[in-house]
Design a protein. Structure first.
Length: 295
């Protein structure tokens, strides 16, 4: 299979390249080169908003996995037009290029942010979409364009909605890094882990390696014109996470409770029954094992 991956220098893209390069012909697309030497020759510098560049990059591809995005919720609030330009206009441009190149499948990496505050937990794909940020709104809009292109341009798609994915490849210097990355960095420095609120809020954590494996399973499967959650299907409280990070670090660090974050979602756990049925997906990297890789 010839596979194109946008955002190939990012966290998820790097794991996709790890898994795909041994078995597939891969064209990686990103605005910046990869920091991993093994991926360097597979990355083509390009902007998903450049139609001609994307048309050339997708020529002869059997599938495209679209990871490239503006991913910061904070940035999306501060500059929603840039968020719209990259996440929506960029996706439309890539969809057009894929349709013109007759790509067999368009795999769009969306986000659980499209759900907003859960009405039911675990969250099925049929859950109402009510994003709480421009980022979530842009992801929801891009999903709709995937569906529209399936109707108007006969471009098959699969939307994948990852929940809280993590790995040591996440940038610890970024102010937008996830709770696991923050906890790990504090633990490494022997600083207290700061838990917002009572810590009983739950999240669905999944290692980026498992996300990449599911995405490649989707790309090579018969599944099309469907939306699939991507998570562990298990809820982990932030208190439990903090204790697990302390144990994995082997250090005697304190856990402090801070004031709650305004507007924080209380519980977020994926319903994975549709993905299990469609592609027989189950996670392989447990949370304890995943945390050990940081240390």
């Amino acid at each position: 299979m010839k596979l194109a991956i946008t955002g190939a220098s990012g966290q998820l893209g790097s794991y996709l390249l790890d898994l795909a390069l041994d078995h597939h012909s891969v064209v990686g697309i990103d605005l910046r080169p990869s920091t991993y030497q093994a991926h360097a020759s597979s990355i083509h510098i390009g902007d998903i908003r450049d139609k001609e560049a994307m048309r050339k990059a997708l020529r002869g591809c059997d599938a495209v996995v679209h990871c490239a995005a503006q991913v910061s919720v904070v940035n999306s609030i501060e500059d929603p037009l840039h968020d719209l330009d990259v996440n929506v206009a960029g996706t439309i441009n890539l969809l057009r290029a894929a349709a013109e190149a007759r790509v067999g499948k368009f795999v769009y990496i969306s986000s659980a942010a499209v759900y907003g505050d859960p009405v039911t937990v675990p969250i099925p794909e049929s859950h109402p979409l009510n994003p709480k940020s421009p980022y979530g709104a842009s992801k929801m809009s891009a999903e709709q364009y995937c569906r529209v292109f399936a109707e108007t341009a006969k471009q098959p798609y699969v939307v994948v909605r990852p929940f809280n994915f993590y790995s040591p490849r996440a940038d610890p210097k970024s102010p937008y890094s996830g709770v696991i990355t923050k906890f790990v960095e504090w633990a490494k420095r022997g600083e207290p882990l700061k838990v917002e609120g009572d810590g009983e809020q739950t999240r669905d954590f999944i290692h980026a390696q498992d996300v990449a494996r599911m995405v490649l399973m989707v790309a090579g499967s018969r599944a099309e014109n469907v939306t699939l959650n991507c998570g562990s299907g298990k809820g982990t409280s932030i208190n439990t996470l903090a204790r697990a990070v302390v144990e994995a670090s082997g250090k005697d660090v304190e856990v402090l409770h801070m004031k709650p974050r305004v507007g924080d979602i209380r519980h977020s756990v994926s319903d994975m029954s549709r993905a299990n049925e469609a592609i027989d997906f189950e996670t392989r990297v447990g949370l304890a094992e995943g945390l050990r890789t940081f240390f």
